[in-house]
Design a protein around this ligand. Structure first.
Ligand code: ATP
Length: 270
């Protein structure tokens, strides 16, 4: 479990990115931080692995204040997947995936074998192992990024707009893949996006942020669609737009999201 306790971040130039945020991220579930640009999502995410240190409050992982943990050690125990995959361009795919295990002292051969297994896990053909990132499609690169995030066998996976830079079809494929992976692996995933549809698709818990990390609403997708907390949330999820006007209905024991005309927009994961 990750806990943000009265967390504040003021950057050296005076910008208050996040003010007094309290949030619990439950284990083995996907929590999605969603909000407009500049609302503090990335700042909150990076506080978990100490890429950003709060100027007030604390972040705890399973009860331990992360400020007491060596940042390098912490980062090597937490998966981190970012937009544009963040791969090292001069390293082959398998070496990119194996980077942190090798840094942690694993034998190169073992790390490579594990990298190949992880390629299977994320749906990448092993024949790509010796290619360079630039020889891969955007979607393949993102899969490598996810494999690299999983390479340290982390309990926590931080994902910062990981599918933001690919086209909508590939994006949907990657989302499906993450849902499948999550059913198998049950990591504690903290996922950042500004795409509310992506948030509803992936999140067990959705956290909607306004400026300075202010949490306007927190809940399951169904709860948020059923009763948006205020005008801001309603506007953000598009509930006030006639063509969206989403609601949740039960069909054959499953929760189906339908639009104003009763057309299904999707099925909520149970
Ligand atoms: N290193 C920094 N120095 C000063 N201000 C910063 C720094 N990093 C972020 N900020 C500011 O803090 C606020 C929150 O930024 P953050 O990146 O956390 O937001 P975000 O919700 O992730 O935005 P986006 O969706 O655009 O990535 C913004 O106003 C941003 O300009």
């Amino acid at each position: 479990m990750i806990e943000f306790r009265s967390v504040t971040k003021q950057y050296p130039d005076g910008t208050v990115a996040v003010a007094d945020v309290d949030l619990v991220v439950p284990p083995h579930r996907t929590t999605v931080l969603v909000g407009s640009s500049g609302s503090g999502k990335t700042t909150l995410l990076r506080m978990v692995n100490r890429m950003v240190d709060p100027t007030g409050g604390e972040v705890r992982i399973d009860g331990t204040d992360v400020s007491t943990v060596d940042p390098v050690k912490l980062r090597r125990s937490i998966g981190y997947v970012m937009q544009n995959s963040g791969l090292l361009p001069h390293r082959r795919v398998a070496d990119n995936i194996a980077t942190v295990p090798v840094l942690r002292g694993e034998r190169r051969r073992d790390a490579r074998a594990k990298a190949l297994e992880l390629m299977d896990t994320v749906g990448l053909d092993r024949s790509l192992a010796d290619k360079y990132p630039s020889q891969l499609s955007g979607g393949q690169q993102q899969r490598v990024g996810v494999a690299r995030g999983l390479a340290v066998d982390p309990n926590i996976l931080l994902m910062d707009e990981p599918f933001g830079a690919v086209d909508p079809i590939v994006r949907t494929e990657l989302q499906d893949e993450l849902l499948r992976l999550q059913r198998e692996l049950g990591k504690t995933v903290l996922f950042v996006t500004h795409d509310i549809d992506e948030a509803f698709r992936l999140g067990d818990q959705i956290v909607i942020l306004r400026e300075r990390g202010e949490i306007v609403q927190r809940g399951t997708p169904a709860e948020i669609i059923a009763s948006p907390a205020d005008e801001f949330v309603a506007g953000f999820i598009g509930a006030d737009r006639a063509e969206r006007a989403l609601r949740v209905t039960q069909v054959g024991g499953r929760q189906v999201v339908v639009d104003a005309d009763g057309r299904p927009a999707g099925v909520l994961a149970s």
